[in-house]
Design a protein around this ligand. Structure first.
Ligand code: SF4
Length: 284
């Protein structure tokens, strides 16, 4: 994990980051490349670029897309990912890169928070549901097998049943391979703390419906990998020493029982079984 950017200028009404971490700041690109070269020499094979709003990265003429291109030239680095992004900070160069750069993995965490235009506006997200869906379409055009994960806030003040159903519809339309969802909770010092909270019962009921759907999509996605070959970057043995753990190109944990595996290797693995969180397979 390499932090390349900190802070955020977006001021979503529920979030403390702009107040606690300050405005967007990008680290010097040369220092980042030096650090990644050092990590590669010490055995790192995958780089996950981190930032509160990482897609806004910009140092002199180096954007996030250009940074990824520079990192992909480091031979020992085999995989690149980045997180977390705001949907408004993707340019065409970054989107196309998913179809052009093999080292950039086909999985993206793209928080949407709500599928309702009314709630997105109340949250000050500065994009609409349509903008988000169009962005997803662009990524899928550039890289047809790309998978998305997202964050959802349930019961943001002002959310009505209709808004909640808009979120449910958006989830059905996009189909997420992984998601994080929470009932809205106030963060001291943020503008949303002055808004009236929804009842716990309503929030709980909506969360259950939303998570039921998200978990179903996650199970379906993992199940869709059974009988397929995945490229797994292996990390280490499980605590009991019986299995080796790695992640496929979509970030899903994969477990194999195979003595021939070593840390840092990418091996073709035939997926034999799945559950909600994990895949199980055999090395080919
Ligand atoms: Fe920035 Fe993300 Fe917080 Fe919005 S939710 S203010 S984009 S860090």
């Amino acid at each position: 994990f390499v932090t390349i950017q900190e802070g955020c200028d977006k001021f979503c009404k529920f979030c403390v980051v702009p107040y606690t971490r300050g405005p967007e700041y990008s680290r010097e690109h040369k220092k980042i490349i030096d650090e990644i070269n050092l990590l590669a020499d010490n055995g790192t094979r995958e780089i996950i670029l981190l930032g509160q709003n990482v897609s806004a990265y910009q140092d002199e003429q180096v954007s996030l897309a250009k940074m990824i291109k520079k990192i992909s030239k480091i031979e020992l680095i085999k995989r690149i990912r980045f997180t977390t992004s705001h949907p408004n900070d993707f340019d065409d160069e970054l989107i196309s890169l998913f179809g052009e750069e093999e080292k950039l993995m086909p999985q993206l965490h793209l928080p949407v928070q709500s599928g309702s235009d009314k709630i997105l506006k109340l949250m000050n997200r500065n994009h609409t549901r349509e903008d988000y869906l169009k962005l997803i379409e662009k990524f899928r055009k550039a890289k047809p097998d790309i998978q998305f994960s997202s964050d959802f806030i349930v019961g943001f003040p002002g959310e009505e049943e209709e808004d909640h159903q808009d979120t449910i519809d958006l989830i059905k339309e996009v189909k997420f391979s992984l998601s994080y969802s929470f009932i809205y909770s106030q963060r001291p010092g943020t503008p949303a703390t002055n808004l009236e909270l929804l009842s716990t019962e309503v929030c709980q009921k909506r969360l259950e419906e939303l998570q039921g759907l998200l978990f179903k999509q996650q199970v379906e996605f993992n199940n869709s990998q059974v009988s397929k070959n995945n490229l797994v970057l292996f990390e280490n043995k499980t605590k009991d020493g019986n299995q080796f753990f790695g992640r496929n190109q979509y970030m899903t944990p994969v477990f194999v029982k195979d003595e021939s595996v070593s840390s840092g290797e990418i091996r073709k693995t035939l997926i034999q079984d799945s559950n909600r969180n994990n895949l199980f397979g055999n090395i080919i």
